[in-house]
Design a protein around this ligand. Structure first.
Ligand SMILES: [Zn+2]
Length: 165
């Protein structure tokens, strides 16, 4: 597993559609808990950075318009500094404290797309706003979750076929 893959996926999936409406899972106490779960403080600025990063990453993954520039400006102040240790060179991430979590998510996105090309995808259900990282061997996973979208879409296809007959 790529470092911070869980942070990346949790961030991407923190804006689910519930009853046809997009819900922001980073608002209020849920946002604070989210940030703290991954080592942040949950400050307002930190949450704002996470929200901006989330929409930039959504756009980049969906390959929309000017998304790369937006992502670039969100990580502009991040620096990787080398630190020599007996076991080799380690790259230490330096960012303004409130931007750290968002930058870590961006780096995880970069790692995933490099190491698992094409495996980070939006859920195939167009009414779903969740993403998946496909670790299956054939690489044919389509749904954020088999129990929710997978089954729902199967039922729909089935009903559609029956109607056609
Ligand atoms: Zn889904």
């Amino acid at each position: 597993m790529v470092q911070d893959e869980d942070l990346l996926l949790a961030l991407l999936n923190s804006a689910p559609i519930v009853d046809g409406k997009k819900v922001d899972g980073l608002q209020g106490s849920a946002g604070r808990e989210f940030a703290q779960r991954f080592g942040g403080t949950g400050s307002k600025t930190e949450i704002a950075h996470l929200q901006q990063m989330r929409s930039a990453l959504h756009e980049v993954i969906r390959d929309r318009g000017d998304a790369y520039a937006a992502l670039g400006s969100l990580i502009r102040d991040a620096i990787l500094a080398p630190e020599v240790t007996p076991t080799g060179i380690r790259w230490e991430l330096h960012t303004p404290p409130a931007e750290r979590l968002a930058v870590r998510a961006a780096m995880a996105w970069s790692n995933v797309t490099e190491r698992l090309p094409g495996r980070l995808r939006p859920c195939a259900n167009t009414e779903c706003n969740l993403f998946l990282i496909d670790h299956s061997r054939p690489g044919s996973a389509k749904w954020c979750s088999m129990t929710t979208c997978g089954n729902r879409m199967k039922v729909r296809t089935h009903a559609h076929r029956r109607r056609e007959r």
